[in-house]
Design a protein around this ligand. Sequence first.
Ligand SMILES: [Zn+2]
Length: 58
Amino acid sequence: MSSTGHTDMHVGCPECGATIDASVPMGPGIHTENDSNRLRGKQTRCRNCGHELELYYY
Ligand SMILES: [Zn+2]
């Protein structure tokens, strides 16, 4: 594993089922003890059908 500062996410498109590869930047820190629910969102689009979806990550 290489640490490039990004996390690769693989999600399935709800419309066509294609696998979408998304590279999300890693935050300055992951705080699991905070209950503030500070989720980050990133919009991406399915390359197959163009369906837009939002990814949430910590
Ligand atoms: Zn799709």
